[in-house]
Design a protein around this ligand. Structure first.
Ligand code: MN
Ligand code: MN
Length: 370
Protein backbone atom coordinates (compact mmCIF):
# COMPACT_ATOMS: atom_id res chain seq x y z
CA UNK A 1 0.00 0.00 0.00
CA UNK A 2 1.02 3.56 -0.57
CA UNK A 3 1.13 6.00 2.32
CA UNK A 4 -2.29 7.49 1.58
CA UNK A 5 -4.02 4.11 1.55
CA UNK A 6 -2.25 3.03 4.73
CA UNK A 7 -3.44 6.23 6.41
CA UNK A 8 -6.99 5.68 5.18
CA UNK A 9 -7.06 2.19 6.68
CA UNK A 10 -5.69 3.62 9.95
CA UNK A 11 -8.44 6.23 10.09
CA UNK A 12 -11.04 3.57 9.31
CA UNK A 13 -9.65 1.32 12.06
CA UNK A 14 -9.95 4.21 14.52
CA UNK A 15 -13.61 4.59 13.55
CA UNK A 16 -14.13 0.86 14.09
CA UNK A 17 -12.49 1.12 17.53
CA UNK A 18 -14.72 4.09 18.40
CA UNK A 19 -17.77 1.96 17.66
CA UNK A 20 -16.30 -1.21 19.22
CA UNK A 21 -16.47 -3.06 15.92
CA UNK A 22 -13.65 -5.64 15.94
CA UNK A 23 -13.33 -6.14 12.18
CA UNK A 24 -14.95 -5.18 8.90
CA UNK A 25 -15.37 -6.58 5.41
CA UNK A 26 -15.33 -4.04 2.57
CA UNK A 27 -16.96 -5.28 -0.64
CA UNK A 28 -17.92 -2.15 -2.60
CA UNK A 29 -15.22 -2.06 -5.35
CA UNK A 30 -14.99 1.76 -5.10
CA UNK A 31 -14.26 1.47 -1.38
CA UNK A 32 -11.83 -1.39 -1.97
CA UNK A 33 -10.03 0.92 -4.41
CA UNK A 34 -10.09 3.75 -1.86
CA UNK A 35 -8.34 1.58 0.73
CA UNK A 36 -6.00 -0.42 -1.54
CA UNK A 37 -5.34 1.72 -4.62
CA UNK A 38 -6.28 -1.34 -6.69
CA UNK A 39 -9.25 -0.92 -9.03
CA UNK A 40 -10.93 -4.24 -9.70
CA UNK A 41 -14.32 -4.76 -11.29
CA UNK A 42 -15.18 -8.25 -10.04
CA UNK A 43 -18.38 -8.53 -12.11
CA UNK A 44 -20.35 -11.32 -10.43
CA UNK A 45 -17.36 -12.69 -8.56
CA UNK A 46 -16.65 -11.89 -4.92
CA UNK A 47 -14.14 -9.16 -4.01
CA UNK A 48 -13.42 -8.15 -0.45
CA UNK A 49 -11.05 -6.48 1.95
CA UNK A 50 -11.17 -7.86 5.48
CA UNK A 51 -9.83 -5.34 7.98
CA UNK A 52 -9.11 -6.67 11.44
CA UNK A 53 -9.18 -3.61 13.70
CA UNK A 54 -8.00 -5.47 16.77
CA UNK A 55 -4.88 -6.93 15.16
CA UNK A 56 -4.54 -4.05 12.64
CA UNK A 57 -4.22 -6.51 9.78
CA UNK A 58 -5.89 -6.69 6.39
CA UNK A 59 -6.69 -9.55 4.04
CA UNK A 60 -7.50 -8.92 0.39
CA UNK A 61 -9.87 -11.52 -1.09
CA UNK A 62 -9.65 -11.70 -4.88
CA UNK A 63 -10.55 -14.06 -7.72
CA UNK A 64 -7.52 -15.81 -9.21
CA UNK A 65 -7.59 -13.80 -12.45
CA UNK A 66 -7.03 -10.61 -10.44
CA UNK A 67 -4.14 -12.00 -8.41
CA UNK A 68 -1.34 -10.15 -10.23
CA UNK A 69 -3.13 -6.83 -9.91
CA UNK A 70 -3.90 -7.45 -6.24
CA UNK A 71 -0.25 -8.30 -5.49
CA UNK A 72 0.66 -4.66 -6.16
CA UNK A 73 -1.07 -3.80 -2.89
CA UNK A 74 1.43 -5.95 -0.92
CA UNK A 75 -1.47 -6.93 1.32
CA UNK A 76 -2.00 -10.51 2.50
CA UNK A 77 -4.06 -12.17 -0.23
CA UNK A 78 -6.73 -14.82 -0.18
CA UNK A 79 -6.95 -15.96 -3.79
CA UNK A 80 -9.78 -18.24 -4.87
CA UNK A 81 -10.46 -20.16 -8.06
CA UNK A 82 -13.74 -20.14 -9.98
CA UNK A 83 -14.58 -23.61 -8.66
CA UNK A 84 -13.96 -22.65 -5.04
CA UNK A 85 -16.31 -21.00 -2.55
CA UNK A 86 -14.79 -17.63 -1.65
CA UNK A 87 -17.17 -17.03 1.26
CA UNK A 88 -16.42 -20.39 2.85
CA UNK A 89 -12.68 -19.71 2.55
CA UNK A 90 -13.08 -16.19 3.90
CA UNK A 91 -15.16 -17.38 6.87
CA UNK A 92 -12.09 -19.15 8.27
CA UNK A 93 -10.36 -15.78 8.63
CA UNK A 94 -13.23 -14.23 10.58
CA UNK A 95 -12.33 -14.72 14.23
CA UNK A 96 -14.30 -11.82 15.74
CA UNK A 97 -17.75 -12.05 17.29
CA UNK A 98 -19.19 -9.51 14.85
CA UNK A 99 -18.28 -8.10 11.47
CA UNK A 100 -18.77 -4.65 9.98
CA UNK A 101 -20.13 -4.72 6.44
CA UNK A 102 -21.51 -2.26 3.91
CA UNK A 103 -25.17 -3.17 4.17
CA UNK A 104 -25.89 -1.02 1.14
CA UNK A 105 -23.57 -3.11 -0.98
CA UNK A 106 -23.21 -6.77 0.00
CA UNK A 107 -26.14 -8.89 -1.16
CA UNK A 108 -28.37 -10.51 1.42
CA UNK A 109 -27.57 -13.88 -0.17
CA UNK A 110 -23.84 -13.39 0.35
CA UNK A 111 -24.25 -11.97 3.85
CA UNK A 112 -26.38 -14.95 4.89
CA UNK A 113 -23.96 -17.46 3.36
CA UNK A 114 -20.98 -15.79 5.03
CA UNK A 115 -22.73 -15.79 8.42
CA UNK A 116 -23.62 -19.47 7.95
CA UNK A 117 -20.04 -20.53 7.18
CA UNK A 118 -18.59 -18.30 9.90
CA UNK A 119 -20.87 -19.74 12.59
CA UNK A 120 -19.78 -23.28 11.67
CA UNK A 121 -16.32 -22.59 13.05
CA UNK A 122 -16.88 -19.53 15.21
CA UNK A 123 -19.85 -20.29 17.51
CA UNK A 124 -19.67 -16.85 19.14
CA UNK A 125 -20.25 -15.02 15.85
CA UNK A 126 -23.32 -12.88 16.40
CA UNK A 127 -23.82 -10.96 13.15
CA UNK A 128 -23.18 -7.73 11.34
CA UNK A 129 -22.60 -4.04 12.00
CA UNK A 130 -23.08 -1.30 9.40
CA UNK A 131 -19.91 0.59 8.39
CA UNK A 132 -20.93 2.20 5.05
CA UNK A 133 -21.28 5.62 6.62
CA UNK A 134 -17.78 5.61 8.13
CA UNK A 135 -16.31 5.24 4.66
CA UNK A 136 -18.75 7.70 3.12
CA UNK A 137 -17.67 10.31 5.68
CA UNK A 138 -14.05 9.77 4.73
CA UNK A 139 -14.63 9.90 0.98
CA UNK A 140 -16.71 13.07 1.39
CA UNK A 141 -13.53 15.11 1.84
CA UNK A 142 -11.10 14.72 -1.03
CA UNK A 143 -7.36 14.90 -0.38
CA UNK A 144 -5.06 16.96 -2.65
CA UNK A 145 -4.18 13.93 -4.77
CA UNK A 146 -7.82 13.12 -5.38
CA UNK A 147 -8.58 16.74 -6.22
CA UNK A 148 -5.78 16.66 -8.79
CA UNK A 149 -7.35 13.61 -10.47
CA UNK A 150 -10.81 15.19 -10.56
CA UNK A 151 -9.32 18.37 -12.03
CA UNK A 152 -7.65 16.29 -14.74
CA UNK A 153 -10.93 14.49 -15.42
CA UNK A 154 -12.63 17.89 -15.78
CA UNK A 155 -9.90 19.19 -18.10
CA UNK A 156 -10.12 16.06 -20.28
CA UNK A 157 -13.88 16.33 -20.76
CA UNK A 158 -13.56 20.05 -21.57
CA UNK A 159 -11.00 19.16 -24.26
CA UNK A 160 -12.98 16.22 -25.65
CA UNK A 161 -16.14 18.33 -25.94
CA UNK A 162 -14.24 21.10 -27.67
CA UNK A 163 -12.96 18.61 -30.27
CA UNK A 164 -16.55 17.54 -31.04
CA UNK A 165 -18.05 20.94 -31.70
CA UNK A 166 -17.49 20.97 -35.45
CA UNK A 167 -19.03 17.50 -35.66
CA UNK A 168 -22.44 18.74 -34.49
CA UNK A 169 -24.32 19.33 -37.77
CA UNK A 170 -27.77 18.69 -39.19
CA UNK A 171 -28.07 15.06 -40.31
CA UNK A 172 -25.74 13.64 -37.65
CA UNK A 173 -27.51 11.49 -35.10
CA UNK A 174 -27.39 11.34 -31.32
CA UNK A 175 -25.61 7.98 -31.45
CA UNK A 176 -23.08 9.21 -34.00
CA UNK A 177 -22.19 12.19 -31.83
CA UNK A 178 -21.93 9.96 -28.78
CA UNK A 179 -19.50 7.59 -30.47
CA UNK A 180 -17.47 10.54 -31.75
CA UNK A 181 -17.27 11.96 -28.24
CA UNK A 182 -16.27 8.54 -26.88
CA UNK A 183 -13.42 8.48 -29.40
CA UNK A 184 -12.28 11.96 -28.35
CA UNK A 185 -12.41 10.91 -24.69
CA UNK A 186 -10.23 7.90 -25.49
CA UNK A 187 -7.70 10.25 -27.15
CA UNK A 188 -7.21 12.21 -23.92
CA UNK A 189 -4.00 11.12 -22.21
CA UNK A 190 -4.46 9.32 -18.91
CA UNK A 191 -8.16 8.67 -19.27
CA UNK A 192 -9.76 5.30 -18.85
CA UNK A 193 -12.82 6.10 -20.92
CA UNK A 194 -16.10 7.76 -20.17
CA UNK A 195 -17.11 8.30 -16.54
CA UNK A 196 -20.51 6.70 -17.15
CA UNK A 197 -22.79 5.62 -19.98
CA UNK A 198 -23.51 9.16 -21.04
CA UNK A 199 -26.32 10.96 -22.81
CA UNK A 200 -26.60 12.82 -26.10
CA UNK A 201 -30.17 13.96 -26.71
CA UNK A 202 -31.65 16.31 -29.26
CA UNK A 203 -34.94 18.17 -29.51
CA UNK A 204 -37.75 16.76 -27.36
CA UNK A 205 -35.49 13.81 -26.34
CA UNK A 206 -33.63 16.24 -24.09
CA UNK A 207 -36.75 16.80 -21.98
CA UNK A 208 -36.13 13.53 -20.12
CA UNK A 209 -33.51 14.25 -17.41
CA UNK A 210 -32.17 10.71 -17.81
CA UNK A 211 -32.84 10.44 -21.51
CA UNK A 212 -31.32 7.82 -23.72
CA UNK A 213 -29.20 8.35 -26.80
CA UNK A 214 -31.12 7.32 -29.88
CA UNK A 215 -31.15 7.50 -33.66
CA UNK A 216 -32.66 10.97 -33.94
CA UNK A 217 -30.87 13.04 -36.59
CA UNK A 218 -30.14 16.66 -35.72
CA UNK A 219 -32.19 19.30 -37.49
CA UNK A 220 -31.69 23.00 -37.95
CA UNK A 221 -32.78 24.89 -34.80
CA UNK A 222 -32.37 21.75 -32.67
CA UNK A 223 -31.51 21.92 -29.00
CA UNK A 224 -28.81 19.35 -28.20
CA UNK A 225 -28.01 18.21 -24.68
CA UNK A 226 -24.74 16.43 -23.97
CA UNK A 227 -24.23 15.05 -20.44
CA UNK A 228 -20.86 13.35 -20.22
CA UNK A 229 -17.71 12.87 -18.19
CA UNK A 230 -14.34 11.23 -18.06
CA UNK A 231 -12.79 8.59 -15.85
CA UNK A 232 -9.26 9.83 -15.12
CA UNK A 233 -7.37 7.21 -13.11
CA UNK A 234 -10.57 6.21 -11.35
CA UNK A 235 -11.79 9.73 -10.60
CA UNK A 236 -14.71 11.21 -12.48
CA UNK A 237 -15.93 14.44 -14.03
CA UNK A 238 -19.52 15.19 -14.99
CA UNK A 239 -20.62 18.03 -17.24
CA UNK A 240 -23.75 18.95 -19.19
CA UNK A 241 -23.71 21.43 -22.02
CA UNK A 242 -26.43 22.53 -24.43
CA UNK A 243 -25.72 23.31 -28.07
CA UNK A 244 -27.98 25.02 -30.56
CA UNK A 245 -27.90 24.47 -34.30
CA UNK A 246 -28.61 27.99 -35.41
CA UNK A 247 -30.17 30.58 -33.12
CA UNK A 248 -32.66 29.13 -30.64
CA UNK A 249 -36.20 30.45 -30.49
CA UNK A 250 -36.82 33.37 -28.14
CA UNK A 251 -38.58 30.99 -25.75
CA UNK A 252 -35.69 28.48 -25.63
CA UNK A 253 -33.14 31.29 -25.25
CA UNK A 254 -35.17 32.59 -22.31
CA UNK A 255 -35.27 29.14 -20.68
CA UNK A 256 -31.54 28.74 -21.20
CA UNK A 257 -30.75 32.02 -19.50
CA UNK A 258 -33.00 31.15 -16.54
CA UNK A 259 -31.11 27.90 -16.02
CA UNK A 260 -27.79 29.69 -16.39
CA UNK A 261 -28.84 32.28 -13.80
CA UNK A 262 -30.02 29.51 -11.47
CA UNK A 263 -26.69 27.73 -11.78
CA UNK A 264 -24.85 30.98 -11.16
CA UNK A 265 -26.88 31.58 -8.01
CA UNK A 266 -26.09 28.07 -6.75
CA UNK A 267 -22.36 28.41 -7.45
CA UNK A 268 -22.24 31.82 -5.74
CA UNK A 269 -24.00 30.40 -2.68
CA UNK A 270 -21.64 27.44 -2.19
CA UNK A 271 -18.82 27.82 0.30
CA UNK A 272 -17.39 26.56 3.58
CA UNK A 273 -19.97 26.38 6.36
CA UNK A 274 -22.95 26.86 4.06
CA UNK A 275 -25.69 24.27 4.42
CA UNK A 276 -25.74 22.03 1.35
CA UNK A 277 -29.49 22.59 1.03
CA UNK A 278 -28.95 26.31 0.49
CA UNK A 279 -27.15 25.62 -2.77
CA UNK A 280 -30.19 23.74 -4.06
CA UNK A 281 -32.57 26.40 -2.79
CA UNK A 282 -30.57 29.21 -4.45
CA UNK A 283 -31.02 27.61 -7.87
CA UNK A 284 -34.60 26.61 -7.16
CA UNK A 285 -35.60 30.18 -6.22
CA UNK A 286 -34.45 31.53 -9.58
CA UNK A 287 -36.34 28.87 -11.51
CA UNK A 288 -39.46 29.18 -9.33
CA UNK A 289 -39.50 32.97 -9.70
CA UNK A 290 -39.41 32.54 -13.47
CA UNK A 291 -42.47 30.28 -13.19
CA UNK A 292 -40.85 26.91 -13.90
CA UNK A 293 -40.58 25.46 -10.39
CA UNK A 294 -42.53 22.36 -11.29
CA UNK A 295 -40.20 21.74 -14.24
CA UNK A 296 -37.15 21.42 -11.98
CA UNK A 297 -38.01 18.28 -10.09
CA UNK A 298 -34.65 16.80 -9.13
CA UNK A 299 -31.97 17.89 -6.67
CA UNK A 300 -29.45 20.43 -7.92
CA UNK A 301 -26.43 18.17 -7.62
CA UNK A 302 -24.50 15.23 -6.26
CA UNK A 303 -21.02 14.52 -5.00
CA UNK A 304 -18.54 12.89 -7.33
CA UNK A 305 -15.13 11.33 -7.11
CA UNK A 306 -14.40 7.63 -7.40
CA UNK A 307 -18.10 7.21 -8.17
CA UNK A 308 -20.08 9.38 -10.54
CA UNK A 309 -22.73 9.77 -7.83
CA UNK A 310 -21.59 9.85 -4.22
CA UNK A 311 -22.04 11.98 -1.12
CA UNK A 312 -22.96 14.76 -0.58
CA UNK A 313 -26.43 14.83 -2.08
CA UNK A 314 -27.23 18.49 -2.77
CA UNK A 315 -30.97 18.67 -2.11
CA UNK A 316 -33.02 21.31 -0.31
CA UNK A 317 -33.36 19.33 2.95
CA UNK A 318 -29.65 18.56 3.38
CA UNK A 319 -28.70 20.54 6.50
CA UNK A 320 -25.08 19.41 6.68
CA UNK A 321 -22.46 22.08 6.16
CA UNK A 322 -20.14 22.20 3.18
CA UNK A 323 -16.47 21.66 3.97
CA UNK A 324 -13.21 22.26 2.13
CA UNK A 325 -12.40 19.29 -0.09
CA UNK A 326 -15.97 18.46 -1.03
CA UNK A 327 -16.63 18.06 -4.75
CA UNK A 328 -20.10 18.05 -6.22
CA UNK A 329 -22.06 18.96 -9.32
CA UNK A 330 -24.39 21.91 -9.75
CA UNK A 331 -26.88 21.01 -12.46
CA UNK A 332 -30.20 22.84 -12.42
CA UNK A 333 -32.57 22.21 -15.30
CA UNK A 334 -35.95 22.97 -16.78
CA UNK A 335 -37.70 19.99 -18.30
CA UNK A 336 -40.90 20.41 -20.28
CA UNK A 337 -41.94 16.85 -21.15
CA UNK A 338 -42.01 16.12 -24.87
CA UNK A 339 -41.03 19.68 -25.73
CA UNK A 340 -37.60 20.70 -24.48
CA UNK A 341 -35.09 20.11 -21.73
CA UNK A 342 -32.35 22.49 -20.64
CA UNK A 343 -29.66 21.55 -18.13
CA UNK A 344 -26.28 23.09 -17.38
CA UNK A 345 -23.89 21.11 -15.21
CA UNK A 346 -20.49 21.91 -13.76
CA UNK A 347 -18.28 20.38 -11.09
CA UNK A 348 -17.53 22.41 -7.98
CA UNK A 349 -14.75 22.11 -5.40
CA UNK A 350 -15.17 23.72 -2.00
CA UNK A 351 -11.91 25.42 -0.96
CA UNK A 352 -10.73 27.75 1.79
CA UNK A 353 -11.16 30.59 -0.69
CA UNK A 354 -14.69 29.74 -1.83
CA UNK A 355 -16.13 27.49 -4.49
CA UNK A 356 -13.94 26.65 -7.46
CA UNK A 357 -15.54 25.55 -10.72
CA UNK A 358 -13.50 22.68 -12.17
CA UNK A 359 -15.18 22.33 -15.57
CA UNK A 360 -14.55 25.27 -17.86
CA UNK A 361 -16.30 24.59 -21.15
CA UNK A 362 -18.00 27.79 -22.38
CA UNK A 363 -21.67 28.17 -21.52
CA UNK A 364 -22.70 31.70 -22.44
CA UNK A 365 -25.54 31.44 -24.94
CA UNK A 366 -23.64 33.09 -27.80
CA UNK A 367 -20.74 30.63 -27.41
CA UNK A 368 -22.82 27.50 -27.88
CA UNK A 369 -24.79 28.45 -30.98
CA UNK A 370 -23.26 26.47 -33.82
MN1 MN B 1 -24.19 14.65 -15.71
MN1 MN C 1 -24.49 14.81 -12.63
Amino acid sequence: LEKKETERIEIFIRKLHDHTIPSALITNPSNVFYFTGIAIDPHERFLGLLINAKEERSLFIVPELEEEKAKESHLDLLVYKDNENALEMLSKAITSTSLGIEKEHISLKRAEALAYFTKLQNKDFSGYDEVSDFIMEMRLIKDPGEIQMIKQAALCIDNALEKCMTYIKPGRTEKQLKSRLLAEIAQQEGTEGAAFDFQVSAGPDASNPHGITGDRAFEKHDVILIDCGVNYQNYRSDITRMFFIGSPTKKVAELYNIVLAAQDAAINTAGIGVKAGKVDIAARMVIEKAGYGKNFSCRVGHGLGIDIHEAPSIHDKNDSQLKAGMVFTVEPGIYIPGVVGIRIEDDLLITEHGAEVLTHFPKALNEIIL
